[in-house]
Ligand binder design. Structure first.
Ligand SMILES: NC(=O)C1=CN([C@@H]2O[C@H](COP(=O)(O)OP(=O)(O)OC[C@H]3O[C@@H](n4cnc5c(N)ncnc54)[C@H](OP(=O)(O)O)[C@@H]3O)[C@@H](O)[C@H]2O)C=CC1
Ligand SMILES: CC(=O)N[C@@H](CCC(=O)OP(=O)(O)O)C(=O)O
Length: 345
């Protein structure tokens, strides 16, 4: 059994990790932290976990966490980078759901996250954990930087287009929409039901912290600098991200090859589903599941290819992808604990 710890167990991604790990046959959660709820039994805060965990939240303590084989960080940015160096030195493997180890350029990280990076050595060694791109490196990684939610939906949708070189990498657009759970569980007036219900808005249009992450990932895939315009939106639902992606084909006739290209690229990927051309993937078709579903479109004879890509931000966009990465790191069946279909409606 793998002994797992979770730092930040009271947040939305922390409780989603607990939900997924509750039925994982190879993992036991031995430590789950919260500063505000230390001492409280997990099932008292989250009744959906009654009967699954006989465990209480505890204060985050590096010495206790050292007894784990793997620690998930489900904390705001700035926390993992301070605790990880001591844990990895003690041989603990890490999957960090925050953004602390996602960017390789630390001055860019400092600009977007508003603080200097405190663990440059591990930022360099961390493997960016998008399994569809980096499975081999993840297998041997000590520290995996779990990708962000928007970057997951966007990178997967653009992946075959950029790898094949069929589109202009300098003219990419990602128009993405997220449910409110993407903002986490801490109270903010802007996230109250009365503020976001029956309303819909763009935000971060002149720059969002996921932009450098998306740019870094797409450039690595394309093996060239990419120019991407990314605009996130907040929609009045709880879970889910839909990203509508636009790219310009160098040769419009190539559109006819794309469905086959996408199907072949993702044929062996357990969590990417290429739907028939012209389909409209819905966020509810991935609610609670670790899948990314996508479909291709083109309008008349346009040279623009449109990809619609959906994920559950808390699953493939966070906790599910983290469990997928853990499975790869520990040479388990990659789908272990993740095979349940989405809940619908
Ligand atoms: N929500 C989403 O859809 C996604 C989130 N992420 C990322 O995952 C991380 C967690 O997100 P989410 O679950 O939404 O966040 P929440 O705000 O819901 O939860 C944060 C958790 O971290 C703990 N925490 C906060 N500060 C500290 C600290 N200084 N030291 C130790 N623990 C701390 C909190 O508990 P306490 O204060 O009691 O200790 C809480 O359990 C974030 O970095 C987020 O950006 C990534 C992908 C998607
Ligand atoms: C709706 C909403 O507020 N979404 C969050 C998504 C970010 C997120 O979850 O962050 P990481 O994936 O980088 O950790 C935001 O825009 O900041």
């Amino acid at each position: 059994m793998i002994k797992a710890g979770i730092v930040g167990g009271t947040g939305y991604t922390g409780v989603e990790l607990l939900r997924l790990l509750a039925t994982h046959p190879d993992v036991t959660v031995s430590c789950i932290t919260s500063r505000s709820e230390a001492g409280l039994p997990v099932a008292d805060l989250y009744p959906n976990l009654r009967g699954h965990y006989d465990l209480a939240f505890s204060e985050p303590d590096v010495e206790t966490l050292k007894s784990c084989d793997l620690v998930f960080f489900a904390t705001p940015h700035g926390v993992a980078m301070r605790m990880v160096p001591e844990l990895v030195s003690a041989g603990v493997r890490i999957v960090d759901l925050s953004a602390d180890f996602r960017l390789k350029d630390l001055s860019v990280w400092a600009d977007w996250y508003g603080m200097p990076h405190e663990s440059g050595e591990w930022a360099e060694k961390a493997v960016y954990g998008l399994p569809e791109v980096a499975r081999d490196a993840i297998r041997d990684a000590q520290l995996v930087a779990n990708p962000g939610c928007y970057p997951t939906a966007i990178q997967l949708g653009f992946l075959p287009l950029l790898e094949s070189g069929l589109v202009d990498p300098s003219r990419l657009i990602a128009d993405a929409k997220s449910g409110a759970s993407g903002a986490g569980r801490q109270g903010k007036i802007g996230m109250l039901h009365g503020e976001i219900g029956e309303s819909f808005k763009a935000y971060g249009a002149s720059g969002h912290r996921h932009l450098p992450e998306i740019r870094q990932g797409l450039s690595a895939i394309a093996q060239a600098d990419v120019e991407v315009t990314f605009v996130p939106h907040l929609v009045p639902m709880i879970r889910g991200i839909e990203a509508t992606l636009y790219a310009e084909l160098k040769n419009p006739a190539d559109f006819e090859r794309l469905q086959t290209l996408f199907e072949e690229r993702f044929r062996d990927e357990p969590f990417v589903d290429v739907m028939p051309q012209g389909s409209h993937p819905e966020t509810r078709s991935v609610r609670g599941a670790n899948h990314c579903r996508m479909a291709l479109h083109r309008q008349e004879d346009s040279n623009i290819v449109i990809v619609s890509s959906v994920i559950d931000n808390l699953v493939k966009g966070a906790a599910g992808q983290a469990v997928q990465n853990m499975n790869i790191m520990f040479k388990l069946d990659e789908t272990q604990g993740l095979s349940a279909p989405a809940f619908l409606p």
